[in-house]
Design a protein around this ligand. Structure first.
Ligand SMILES: [Fe+2]
Length: 308
């Protein structure tokens, strides 16, 4: 194989690599193809010191496919520069909710393909992002459990995850919620084992948004999923990255889960998140049509809040 036009150093985990010697906004087609293969192999790529503008970040993400949404702030600083640290504020609740392991947008009709996440302002301590390898987690299960999981399906909902973790946002006057993902559609129904569309390898599709396995009682399902999640997110299948300003990360949301970790919310923290849309052929929920254009809150305003 031709030498890669960048340097790849694998992480001490079942997945992930740090990529250096590349300037993301200026990579040519050949370098991009090599980077795409590296991404499929390692699922998480961390690029230190890129200092991407929001436009550069979106343009890079767009090379992987259409976007679910362009760069939005994951931040505890509001538009007027005030630091938000009131635990009852919806932004704070969304950040805290993100501390549970999850795949992005599985609660939408279309699960995300991946994300580009960058650090602009970081806190002095805390605030690492963690990822967990659901392919390695599936492969670590015994054959009996793998066979039991085959064909099992469950629902994915932000109402479930945010309410279970105690971080439901404030209801608006109309009785709905303004935050992304609190839609009025049927909760998305998905298999617990997803076959990755580009590698053909099976992985678990689990995390905090999942509940209500078909054919099980609510409590049976919750106990089963709690155990599966706890077992899946263990070393060597997890990695946490402590951010420096200018870092960028790209991950495969079909294979990996991720989570935020606590930080001192009296300090400002500004991160930017661009979400790459899933392929309707392989990331659509079993009980949905492709409704990206019509699902209401999938169309975002300037102030739309995102929950993972
Ligand atoms: Fe997320």
């Amino acid at each position: 194989m031709a030498q890669q036009p960048f340097d790849v150093e694998t992480l001490d985990a079942s997945f992930g690599a740090v990529v250096t010697g590349v300037d993301l906004p200026s990579i040519d087609e050949a370098a991009f193809d090599a980077l795409h293969r590296t991404w499929l192999e390692h699922a998480l790529l961390i690029f230190p010191g890129q200092f991407l503008t929001r436009a550069e970040q979106d343009a890079f993400a767009l090379r992987f496919g259409p976007l679910e949404f362009t760069a939005v702030a994951f931040s505890n600083v509001d538009a007027d520069g005030r630091i938000l640290n009131d635990p009852d504020h919806d932004v704070v609740k969304s950040l805290r909710g993100n501390e549970g392991w999850h795949h992005d947008s599985t609660y939408m009709p279309l699960q995300a393909k991946g994300s580009v996440f960058t650090a602009e302002v970081v806190t002095s301590r805390g605030g690492a992002t963690g990822w967990a390898d659901m392919r390695a987690a599936y492969e670590a299960l015994d054959t009996e459990t793998q066979q039991r999981l085959a064909g099992m399906r469950a629902y994915h909902s932000l109402y479930y995850s945010q309410s279970r973790s105690g971080y439901m946002p404030t209801k608006t006057e109309g009785g709905g919620y303004d935050m992304y993902g609190f839609h009025d559609l049927e909760p998305s129904l998905r298999p617990l084992v997803k076959v990755h569309p580009e590698t053909g390898r099976p992985n678990l599709l689990i995390g905090r948004h999942v509940y209500g396995i078909e054919g099980m009682s609510e409590s049976q399902s919750e106990a089963f999923l709690d155990e599966l999640n706890a077992e899946a997110c263990q070393p060597p299948r997890i990695h946490h990255h402590q951010w420096s300003a200018g870092d960028a990360a790209l991950w495969d949301n079909r294979r990996l889960m991720h989570r935020g970790t606590p930080f001192d919310m009296t300090e400002p923290r500004v991160m930017w998140h661009t979400r790459i849309a899933g392929d309707p052929a392989t990331e659509l929920a079993d009980n949905h049509q492709d409704q990206r254009e019509t699902s209401g809150r999938a169309i975002m305003g300037e102030d739309t809040l995102i929950v993972g």
